[in-house]
Design a protein around this ligand. Structure first.
Ligand code: FNR
Length: 349
């Protein structure tokens, strides 16, 4: 009945180390908790006698791509930890819900196999490994596979202090691979035991260079300041994801929902603003929309579904969110996601 039901069920079927990897964040996990708690500081303002009573329209258009749901599937890896069909199951579930998945550079399946398994759009999430040549090759991989946008993650250049994951003794199991990294030659031989492959510490120069390498729309993931969002847009980037990586990188980083308003005020008239981190219900989705997001991404919630029942599990998570969003819009007196503006929310004082 709720996404937390999926969480409880997934916890009970996964081994403890895999659970710790998925659920965990950096250090004390303050930001993991605060991402969700931040939604409790925002109240919705129903419109009296508003809405026509018809089934609300939950569709959105992002970068010219029409989606049936203002919820995208955030890039995560390794999904093979949760289900053997990994990113292919996720992409198929996204397609059947009328939304899209963002496929990680670190995916198990090579990107072309994921895009080839669906008829709908997929975005590709870029991690920068080794050298600019390898980054150029990674972008080419995404372009050849038919990605319709590149998501550049800028908050995970350095390894994080994932204490709970380390304490649980997490090691990448042998059945998990990294297809894109193999085809790029970044990974050869044995899979690293929990230790990660070093990434390039990205700079603004690198972002400008990445911009010059592709005509695909670019969305920068991991922006928490309005001035950084402005700078992204100044470089010709089409959008940002307000994100702290689900609390997995910097413990104490500002909750995404708190950072959202400043970022939206800075760029939402010119660029796409997405949010991820802590979204656990349709009410949360609508609160984020009211505070300026064009749509949200979810990470852990769909991984719970994936771990429970593969594609069907992810579909069940998306179906629940769709019906919660519809109910929330009805209760608010709104006919559509497009109706939701700043007047629908107020911050607790
Ligand atoms: C992630 N995230 C992530 N981000 C990214 O850009 N590339 C990646 O490969 C991964 N991998 C990854 C694995 C796992 C297990 C998790 C939980 C998260 C971060 C992800 O895209 C997103 O920012 C958060 O998951 C959003 O927070 P919630 O929805 O999990 O609270």
């Amino acid at each position: 009945m709720t996404l937390t039901d999926f969480e409880d069920a997934a916890r009970s079927v996964l081994d403890a180390a895999s659970w710790a990897y998925v659920a965990g964040g950096a250090d004390t996990q303050l930001t993991v908790r605060a991402n969700t708690d931040a939604f409790d500081q925002v109240w919705l303002r129903p419109r009296a006698l508003g809405g026509s009573g018809a089934k609300p329209d939950t569709s959105v258009t992002l970068l010219g791509q029409r989606l049936q749901l203002p919820v995208l599937l955030a890039p995560t890896s390794p999904q093979r930890l949760l289900h053997e069909d990994a990113e292919i199951a996720t992409a198929r579930a996204a397609e059947s819900a009328g939304t899209l998945s963002i496929v990680s550079t670190d995916s198990h399946h090579v990107f072309a196999d994921v895009t080839g398994s669906v008829g709908s759009d997929s975005w590709f999430q870029l991690y920068a490994y080794r050298s600019r040549d390898d980054v150029a090759a990674t972008i080419a991989l995404a372009e050849e596979a038919g990605a319709t946008a590149i998501v550049v993650t800028v908050d995970a250049s350095y390894a994080a202090r994932r204490i709970s994951t380390r304490r649980a003794g997490f090691r990448t199991p042998a059945h998990v691979d990294f297809g894109n990294l193999r085809s790029l030659g970044v990974l050869t031989g044995e899979i690293p035991d929990g230790a990660r492959i070093d990434r390039l510490p990205l700079t603004w120069d690198d972002l400008e260079w990445i911009r010059s390498r592709t005509d695909l729309p670019i969305v920068v993931k991991g922006v928490l300041r309005g001035e950084d969002a402005e700078r992204c847009v100044g470089l010709g980037v089409e959008g940002v994801i307000v994100s702290n990586h689900g609390g997995r990188q910097l413990d104490g980083a500002v909750p995404s929902l708190i950072a959202l308003e400043q970022v939206a005020a800075a760029i939402s008239d010119r660029a796409l603003v997405l949010l991820d981190g802590g979204v656990r219900s349709g009410v949360h989705v609508v609160k984020a929309l009211a505070l300026g997001a064009d749509a949200v991404c979810i990470g852990r919630p769909y991984l719970w579904g994936l771990g429970l029942a593969g594609q069907q599990g992810v579909e069940a998570v998306l179906d629940l969110l769709r019906s919660e969003i519809e109910d929330t819009l009805l209760q608010l007196g709104a006919d559509s996601v497009a109706d939701i503006g700043a007047d629908f929310a107020i911050r607790a004082r």
